[in-house]
Structure formats: structure tokens, C-alpha cells
Design a protein around this ligand. Structure first.
Ligand SMILES: NC(=O)C1=CN([C@@H]2O[C@H](COP(=O)(O)OP(=O)(O)OC[C@H]3O[C@@H](n4cnc5c(N)ncnc54)[C@H](O)[C@@H]3O)[C@@H](O)[C@H]2O)C=CC1
Ligand SMILES: O=C([O-])CC(=O)C(=O)O
Length: 459
């Protein structure tokens, strides 16, 4: 057994096992306060691994219980985001809430140590009347991952397995899923892991599921665009979403498979044909764009990562990915060159990974991290947390395009509010980029819609 060490405020705590540490890292906002204040958790403090694990396995987001809304999507320009509140949990570093490290005890370096300390000292942590973080969550939600044996599916399954909110984790793939599930099932976190292989087992996989995540499909190779994946992935998404419609029509659906700008409209059309489309519950996962924007901005401007938040709007391919640097928190001044450099880096970040992997696929680990954050946010919203904000590609009235990525507030019924204010007061550069992305985004959306409608006519 490892001897993991974590120091908080010069006190030492003993976790009974590495599992309890990992579990508490996920738990941060929920359980860690209890953990930190119980003698049972006394921990000898000489391992540097603990802090690293804590950071790596924590997936942050903001959340809270929202009122139920009607069937129409709401817009609100008046919604006030409390930056202090959402930034701390938006950062993906909630481990800081459960683990605090003296700088000399961590090999994360000063910056990461500060991040961890800040997380612990965050308003969300201290605030007593926003009580979600003090409530022990119930592991009661059922999550299915379709494409679970893939490059994204496997690490995502591990991260979701660590969520205290998940009671059942169903893994589906057309290949190799038994081994993944067997492996994962040995982790002693609350959720029960089950495997499902092939179309005959898809219905059973999806029954009564609350959140379905779809990373099934082929990834890019160098030289390809995301749109080059359309011919294969369109059919995969169509089939899988058809099964979702038949078996868990009320689930939140998270589409990761590319090209997201087309696969989300495909999913919407399938759900419409099945008569179960709820636009508030269909999400294109663009969280990785936000994660990257935050990371790159923090690096460029030497900022503490936990303080950084950049909304990313538009879509999820090339120039359709539009980071709104003028809306970044904290407020930063940029030269024109810096804006151009950062924007292009964020837009090309997927390609950067595809090229570095040189034929072995595209982003998997960072994507799993981002997808797990979006799952966690959805589960918290379902669980009654009232401050959950994420960017996502959804059916939208924010622009003239039928789908558009922007920051939304999540609630028990899905998208509760679309944050209109972030599109106001854009810089000239952002306004121009917004106009320019619309042509490509519109074409990708129409391609997805036409794909399903043509097949329906042919049938
Ligand atoms: N939204 C985003 O930000 C991102 C999206 N992606 C996309 O995610 C997708 C998956 O990427 P990776 O996991 O790296 O690919 P991968 O090839 O490693 O894994 C895909 C998995 O899907 C499975 N699969 C294929 N057809 C299936 C079907 N009909 N039903 C169930 N499972 C099926 C495969 O057996 C495989 O296990 C790609 O389309 C990629 O472009 C990747 C990174 C970021
Ligand atoms: O670039 C790709 O093909 C995968 C992807 O969507 C990303 O990493 O953002």
C-alpha cells in the first residue's frame, strides 16, 4: 500500500487507502470537508504522489440546483455570474479543496501548490448558505459510455467510475469492452460497472440511464479535417442516438464524436424523428476548447490557472472555435498579436495533438478529462446544484444559426439559461471572427440535418 501524504495547514491527515484519496479528490466540493475534519483520515505526509494524483484526478465545474423550466429554451442577458464562485470550480482543480500542500511537500511546483491552496480557500468551500458542497451526494445516477473501449472511452470511464454521484456505469462498445469493464470493476468506488457488446446489447446498456456520453467513432489522422470523419461517424452517431431515443429518451446526451458541428444536428434530427427531442438535453461537448483556452491563456500571461476562465463560442472545428479573450477572467490586456496567436493556437489545438500523435489518433486524455468535467457538471445539475455553468454546442437562438456553442446554465432539466450577455460588447476582432465562422458552421449543421432527412426520404 502506498503511503500518501497530504499536508493541510500544517496538520497531517491519514487516508486509509489510495482509493479514499482518489475518491475524495473527485468529491472535493461534496465530501472533502468532512474528510478533512475527521480523525479517521489521519495521513502520514511524506509522499509527493498524493498531491499529483489529487490534481490529476479532480474534475472541476460549477453546479447547483436550479428551478425546473418549461419546454422552451430561455435566454437571459441579466444572469449574473459570480466570477469568484464559478471560476474556482470551473478550473478543474477542485482537488484543491480536499488537499492542501506545503510547497516543499509537492513536486507540482509553486504554481500548482498555490492552486491547491486557493482551491481550499475558495469561496465555494467556505460559503455556508450555498450548501451543496456540504451535502454528501448520493451515488444514484446511471451513466452510459458508448465507445467505451476507445482512446477517450477508457480514461473517461475511469474518471466517471470515481464520481460519488454515479451508482451504475454501463460501458458499451463494438469491441474489447469486457476487458475494460473487468479491469475497472476492481476499483472500489461505489458504482457498479457493466459491459455491453454489440447492437443486441445496446438497449440493455441504455435502459434508465441518466447521462449518455458518446465518444464512439473514428478519430483524425494527420492531414484530415474533422469533417473528413463525417462519412463514418455520421452513421455511428445516428444509430446510437436512435437507441438512446428508444431506451432512455429523458437522458442528457453528450456528443463527443466528430465532427461535432454535424453530429449534434444529426442527433437532433434522429430524436425528432423518434418524437422525443428535447433540445435542452442534447449537448455537443466543447469543454475541451474551454480547458485549452484556460490553459494556454494562463501559460501565456503567467496567470494562476485556477483564476482563469475563457468562454469559447461557435462550434468545434477550426475557425468555428471562437475563444472570447475579451471576456476572459481575470480581465487581461492583449496586444493584437497576442489575441491572434492565442486564438489560432486554441483553434488548432486538436490538430496540434493529431500531428504530435503522428497517426495514432487525436486527443484522448485531455478529452476524457474535459468530458468527465462535463459529466460531473450534468450530474450535479441533476442532483440539485444551482450554479452549474458550462460552454456547450446546443440548439440555440443566440445567433441566426440553429446550433451554437456558448455558455449555458445547467439545471435538472438540462439547459436552463443561455448566457446572452457574453455575446454583447465583443471586440472588433471577435465580431469579425464571429461573422466569418458562421458560413462554415452553417454548412456543417446543414450537412448533418440533410444526412438524416435524406435517409428518411429514401427509407
Ligand atoms: N468533441 C471533442 O472535443 C473531441 C472529439 N473527439 C472525437 O471522439 C471520437 C473518438 O475518438 P477516440 O476515442 O480517440 O477514437 P478511438 O478509435 O480510440 O475509439 C473509438 C471507439 O469507438 C468504438 N466504436 C466504433 N464504432 C462504434 C459503434 N457503432 N458503437 C459503439 N462503439 C463504436 C470503437 O470500437 C472504439 O473503441 C472521434 O470521432 C474523435 O474525433 C476527439 C477528441 C476531442
Ligand atoms: O482534433 C481532433 O480531431 C479531435 C478534437 O476534436 C480535438 O482534439 O479538439
Amino acid at each position: 500500500m502506498f503511503n500518501h501524504n497530504v499536508i493541510r495547514n500544517n496538520r497531517s491527515f491519514a487516508f486509509e487507502s489510495v482509493e479514499s484519496l482518489f475518491f475524495s479528490c473527485w468529491n472535493i466540493g461534496f465530501l472533502s470537508e468532512r474528510l478533512m475534519h475527521t480523525e479517521k483520515l489521519r495521513f502520514s505526509c511524506n509522499s509527493k504522489m498524493a498531491a499529483t494524483s489529487a490534481t490529476g484526478f479532480s474534475v472541476g465545474s460549477t453546479a447547483s440546483a436550479g428551478p425546473r423550466v418549461g419546454s422552451t429554451q430561455l435566454k437571459a442577458s441579466s444572469v449574473k455570474l459570480n466570477p469568484k464562485n464559478y471560476l474556482t470550480s470551473f478550473s478543474g482543480l477542485k482537488a484543491g479543496n480536499s488537499v492542501s500542500c506545503e510547497s516543499q511537500s509537492s513536486f507540482l511546483g509553486d504554481e500548482s501548490t498555490l492552486v491547491l491552496k486557493q482551491g481550499y480557500n475558495s469561496k465555494a468551500w467556505r460559503c455556508s448558505n450555498r450548501s451543496y458542497s456540504r451535502v454528501q451526494p448520493q451515488a444514484s445516477y446511471k451513466v452510459a459510455i458508448l465507445g467505451a473501449s476507445g482512446g477517450i472511452g477508457q480514461p473517461l470511464a475511469l474518471l466517471v467510475k470515481m464520481s460519488p454521484l454515479v451508482s451504475e456505469l454501463n460501458l458499451y462498445d463494438i469491441a474489447n469492452v469486457k476487458g475494460v469493464a473487468a479491469d475497472l470493476s476492481h476499483c472500489n468506488t461505489p458504482s457498479k460497472v457493466s459491459d455491453f457488446t454489440g447492437e443486441s446489447e445496446l438497449a440493455a446498456c441504455l435502459r434508465d440511464v441518466d447521462v449518455v456520453v458518446i465518444p464512439a467513432g473514428v478519430p483524425r489522422k494527420p492531414g484530415m479535417t474533422r469533417d473528413d470523419l463525417f462519412n463514418i461517424n455520421a452513421n455511428i452517431v445516428k444509430t446510437l442516438v436512435g437507441a438512446v431515443a428508444d431506451n432512455c429518451p429523458n437522458a442528457f446526451i453528450h456528443i463527443i464524436s466528430n465532427p461535432v458541428n454535424s453530429t449534434v444536428p444529426i442527433a437532433a434530427e434522429v430524436l425528432k424523428q423518434k418524437g422525443v427531442y428535447d433540445p435542452k438535453k442534447l449537448f455537443g461537448v466543447t469543454t475541451l476548447d474551454v480547458v485549452r483556452a484556460n490553459t494556454f491563456l494562463a501559460q501565456k500571461k503567467n496567470l494562476k490557472l485556477i483564476d482563469v476562465d475563457v468562454p469559447v463560442i461557435g462550434g468545434h472545428a477550426g475557425i468555428t472555435i471562437l475563444p472570447l479573450l475579451s471576456k476572459a477572467k481575470p480581465s487581461v490586456t492583449f496586444t493584437d498579436e497576442e489575441v491572434q496567436e492565442l486564438t489560432v493556437r486554441i483553434q488548432n489545438a486538436g490538430t496540434e495533438v493529431v500531428e504530435a500523435k503522428a497517426g495514432a489518433g487525436s486527443a484522448t486524455l485531455s478529452m476524457a478529462y474535459a468530458a468527465a468535467r462535463f459529466v460531473e457538471s450534468s450530474l450535479r445539475a441533476l442532483d440539485g446544484d444551482t450554479d452549474v455553468y458550462e460552454c456547450s454546442f446546443i440548439q440555440s437562438e443566440l445567433t441566426e444559426l440553429p446550433f451554437f456553442a456558448s455558455r449555458v446554465k445547467l439545471g435538472k432539466d438540462g439547459v436552463e439559461v443561455v448566457i446572452l450577455s457574453e455575446l454583447q460588447g465583443l471586440t472588433e476582432y471577435e465580431q469579425k471572427a464571429l461573422q466569418e465562422l458562421k458560413t462554415e458552421l452553417k454548412a456543417s449543421i446543414e450537412k448533418g440535418v440533410a444526412f438524416v432527412q435524406k435517409q428518411a426520404v429514401a427509407a
